[in-house]
Design a protein around this ligand. Structure first.
Ligand SMILES: [Zn+2]
Ligand SMILES: [Zn+2]
Length: 90
């Protein structure tokens, strides 16, 4: 399933993402009565055992783990926008 997205991290837009993240979150999917195992809700993200993004600047000397930095915290907010590789336009 990862090859469908070519391992592009849906958070920072860089390749080589090896973890699967739920978008929306698994909790939200369940609450909405949707199947959290449906591949359409899964997106690659950096994180987990495989480590963080090899392209983003390290945070506190550690690779950025995108899927653990969603949405919150000054560290995430202070990140410069990564060059996005995305098909979505805002
Ligand atoms: Zn990432
Ligand atoms: Zn990155």
């Amino acid at each position: 399933m990862l090859k469908d997205h070519r391992g592009i991290c849906h958070i920072c837009g860089h390749p080589e993402a090896a973890q699967v993240d739920h978008t929306p979150s698994r909790k939200d999917l369940v609450r909405m009565g949707l199947d959290p195992n449906n591949p359409r809700y899964l997106r690659p993200a950096h994180g987990g055992r495989t480590g963080g993004c090899p392209y983003c600047p390290p945070i506190n000397g550690r690779p950025r783990r995108c899927n653990q930095r969603k949405g919150t915290g000054p560290a995430a907010a202070a990140q410069p926008p990564a060059p996005l590789i995305t098909s979505r336009r805002w």
